[in-house]
Design a protein. Structure first.
Length: 568
């Protein structure tokens, strides 16, 4: 039984919009830096850029990558069909991607992947030609601190941080950090997660799907989870190591042959935005020998300190004759760096600005699905795309969603607020009529009586001390113990009173923690784990039914409390 969701639409600027996003949405397909597309009918159909041989090599390596991940593609698998279609000239991709967070967090990673699937399906129908969705799994990223934990809402409606232990921040790519039962204590994590979601029918399904397994990396766990959730929609998940040779070949070509040079073209992209009175998301900067300054990392070299040690990413930035590498004297020209990349393809990866150029050189991309933060730096790439012989890839704004279950709707009714009110309060909503300090009469009486009892006991302290001096001290402690014991009773009484009377504090905590947890939009903090534990295999198909091609509004999707509850 699938979930029937009720959809509400809120203003798209609910969480704020950057000046680049506002300008891009206003201009749409005519936005100078790159087309912003919100309707399938407005999507330009690209020209073919890859030959049959290039496509064949790409698909063969993707299939081999799935095999290395232990993922078997059935003959009737929609993902296998997407891979087969990708071999054919004239077939294009809708690409999206994200860092591989623990337990596939945050939710917007899932939304991006589903939206890529939806956009591909809609364009396939419109063009009468297969279009395939691709999710780029950012396994080259090295920001461990950003992805080694996941936030869960526990029974007390508190946000509980579940951590992958044994991982320290450094420069090692996530795809090279293998997890183990012993070091990361995966068994203990399984027990901890089970304790959080044990009341839900599909707890074991969710844990098996999302929790990394012994020997996996975080990227591999995400590949497995997203394949399990979205194989039915033809999603191709790509880990960069699967196609490293192709990526380095194209990156070497772009670095060595772009005219004007890659660095000059990237600087021109920033100047293009400044001319439009728009900010530059990632300034190129200029590194000097021994000082990276504020220069952006454009390319990374993967260097091993010892043969059996995992590699570390060393940044290359604009500087000197072309590129300056951190911790390395001198600089190298574009031609020299391009030659180095091609000669040792396994040792290189692209930074945030260069990665879209390399992706679109390897995949026949027709559009990219991204958030407004990504739009900021994609808008810088126009001149670099021109210099590399690429079109300016159209950008589809990522759909923004808040999920509301039946329990949260009940809490909203109790506090007499709607979803928009909670979201605009940014996790700090408090009904004005709630007096957190108001005490029932019985609590006031207990406080009064406790004080009287303690005072009466202490009145005898001197007399007792005359019998034995130490007894005076003992009596004082006894009076304090009486006060502390009754205070515990009062504290518990007040907690129960606040949660059960009128617009209880518990209901306020629920709406804030569920809809805008830790003063962050839900889609940026919570993950799909608890929703799959609760709703099982029906959760993603229900989202899929409501995900649009694109949306400039914020969507509120109303979920039931359970499959047995009347649908919203």
């Amino acid at each position: 039984m699938s979930l029937q969701l009720r959809v509400e639409h809120l203003p798209g600027d609910l969480f704020g919009l950057s000046s680049v996003a506002r300008a891009g949405l206003a201009a749409g397909a005519k936005f100078g830096p790159l087309p912003i597309i919100t309707r399938a009918e407005d999507m330009p159909r690209p020209e073919e850029r890859l030959g049959a041989e290039e496509r064949g090599v790409l698909v063969d390596r993707l299939i081999a990558g799935y095999g290395s991940a232990g993922i078997e593609l059935a003959q009737d698998s929609a993902t296998r069909q997407s891979l087969a279609a990708l071999r054919e000239e004239g077939v294009f991709c809708v690409v999206t991607g994200q860092q591989p967070g623990f337990l596939a967090s945050p939710l917007y990673s899932l939304y991006k992947a589903l939206q890529a699937c939806r956009a591909a399906k809609d364009l396939s129908r419109l063009w009468n030609q297969p279009v395939v969705p691709v999710f780029w799994n950012h396994a080259d990223d090295h920001d461990v601190a950003e992805v080694h934990h996941a936030w869960q809402l526990n029974r007390n409606l508190d946000l509980q941080k579940v951590n992958l232990g044994g991982l320290s921040s450094g420069r090692t790519p996530l795809g090279a950090l293998q997890l183990s039962d012993e070091v990361q204590r995966l068994g203990a994590l399984r027990a901890q997660l089970h304790d959080i979601v044990e009341e839900h029918e599909h707890a074991d399904l969710a844990i098996d799907l999302f929790l990394p397994r012994d020997g996996e990396t975080l990227p591999r766990a995400l590949t497995r989870a997203f394949h399990g959730l979205m194989e039915a929609y033809g999603l191709i998940v790509c880990e960069p190591d699967w196609i490293r040779g192709l990526l380095s070949s194209e990156m070497g070509r772009i670095v060595s042959s772009a005219r004007p040079s890659l660095v000059e073209a990237l600087r021109a992209g920033g100047e293009e935005l400044v001319a439009l009175d728009l900010p530059v998301a990632i300034p190129i900067g200029e590194a000097s020998e021994g000082d990276a300054g504020d220069a952006a990392a454009l390319i990374y070299r993967h260097v091993r300190a010892a043969e059996k040690m995992p590699p570390e990413r060393i940044s290359l930035r604009a500087g000197g004759e072309g590129f300056s590498m951190d911790d390395t004297p001198g600089s190298r020209t574009h031609a020299e760096l391009g030659s180095q990349i091609v000669s040792a393809p396994d040792e290189w990866s692209a930074g945030a600005l260069v990665r879209p150029l390399v992706q679109d050189a390897v995949f026949p991309t027709c559009a990219y699905v991204g958030g407004y933060g990504e739009l900021g730096y994609h808008a810088q790439l126009g001149p670099a795309r021109d210099a590399s012989g690429q079109p300016r890839t159209p950008f589809l704004p990522r759909v923004s969603i808040t999920l509301v279950d039946g329990d949260t709707r009940h809490a909203l009714d109790r506090v007499e607020a709607d979803v928009e009110t909670i979201l605009r309060a940014k996790g700090t909503f408090q009904p004005p009529e709630i007096d957190l300090d108001a005490e029932p009469q019985v609590v006031q009486d207990l406080r009064r009586v406790t004080g009287e009892i303690a005072a009466e006991l202490l009145r005898y302290r001197g007399a007792v001390a005359e019998i034995e001096p130490a007894l005076g001290i003992t009596l004082k402690r006894a009076a304090g113990h009486v006060e502390r014991s009754i205070e515990k009773v009062i504290d518990k009484a007040m907690r129960v009173h606040k949660n059960s009377t009128g617009k209880g504090v518990r209901q306020v905590r629920r709406v804030n923690s569920m809809l805008y947890p830790r003063e962050v939009p839900q889609e940026r903090l919570l993950g799909p784990f608890q929703f799959v534990a609760r709703f099982g295999a029906d959760f993603v198909p229900s989202l899929w039914a409501e995900i649009p091609f694109a949306s400039t509004e914020h969507l509120v999707l109303n979920l039931p409390s359970s499959l047995d509850e009347p649908q919203p």
